[in-house]
Design a protein around this ligand. Structure first.
Ligand code: FE2
Length: 293
């Protein structure tokens, strides 16, 4: 598999001409050294503290009762404006005890740390990101979703090919992924992979509510040729920008190294957030921009 070209991030977040044309052509950008080692350290320390403070007992029943899927769904469905912890499949035994140490059992944390945690908010409300979002053409960017993605050594699973607009839909599509490598991500530990140029194709699926029923609807046969995949290898500190229609995913982590990442999603508030999206926020937590404190 080919490795995608990387750019050195600019000091102020703005894109130069070469970056602009790569973005138009490929639907992604790999910007090395966008975040400093100090920025990464601060966020990773905060993640460690959050995980340390988190009591798995508080959600154990959700994942272990016979109504597992139903209750689990609610835990997920209501997480759009909260900070919640999600485990790897099989992290809990039949009686609800954790099979592996807590730190190794987590799949992700989501989905509103950017609003609820000051360290995350600072990492996200970075003037460089505001400059970048403006250059990408987002007129009024709103920060809609944040996720810490653990991709644990040896057990971190595959993330299948998908488009982020499937989950975060506006008309027209404006969802944009800002994916930060908190550790080196490469082909051994399951870096992102993507189909360059396929962001010009249609949206293949939508994950949406029909009344109370949240399900995946197939819209188009996407016809993605996985032979054309490129690896978005990303040393720690790299920002990968992903167009909402770009098909991407990641392989399992079969290495002994972890591959922690942080993803922030923004959309253009000039367009309407689709009411049937899975991600919902209470009225007292409106979506905020880069400059809203
Ligand atoms: Fe994604």
């Amino acid at each position: 598999m080919k490795i995608a070209a990387r750019f050195a991030a600019s000091d102020d977040g703005h894109l130069d001409e070469a970056m602009h044309s790569a973005w138009q052509r490929d639907g992604f950008l790999v910007l090395e050294n966008f975040k400093s080692p100090d920025d990464l350290l601060e966020l990773r320390r905060r993640i460690d503290t959050m995980v340390g403070d988190f009591d798995p007992e508080s959600v154990r029943t959700i994942f272990s009762t016979s109504e597992q899927s139903h209750a689990g769904d609610a835990y997920f469905r209501e997480s759009g404006d909260k900070v919640r912890f999600f485990f790897e499949a099989g992290a809990f035994g039949e009686t609800g005890e954790l099979n592996v140490p807590k730190r190794r059992a987590l799949n992700k944390i989501g989905h509103a740390m950017h609003d609820l945690d000051p360290v995350f908010s600072r990492f996200c409300r970075d003037p460089k990101l505001a400059a970048l979002a403006g250059d990408l053409g987002l007129a009024d960017p709103g920060l809609i979703q944040s996720m810490v993605i653990f991709k644990q050594p040896r057990i971190g699973g595959e993330v299948g090919m998908h488009q982020d607009a499937t989950f975060l839909y506006t008309e027209p599509v404006s969802a944009t992924g800002l994916w930060f490598a908190l550790e080196d991500a490469d082909r051994e530990n399951g870096c992102l992979v993507a189909l360059p140029g396929a962001h010009r194709g249609p949206l293949a699926e939508r994950f949406r509510y029909h009344g109370d029923d949240l399900r995946m609807d197939q819209l188009q046969d996407p016809n993605w040729d996985e032979d054309d995949l490129v690896a978005l290898e990303a040393p720690a500190g790299t920002l990968v920008v992903l167009h909402g229609l770009l098909p991407h995913g990641s392989a399992p982590n079969s290495s002994p190294r972890s591959r922690e990442a942080f993803a922030l999603h923004v959309y253009d508030r000039a367009f309407e957030w689709s009411d049937d999206n899975w991600l919902r926020r209470s009225e007292d937590m409106p979506v905020r921009g880069f400059a809203d404190q």
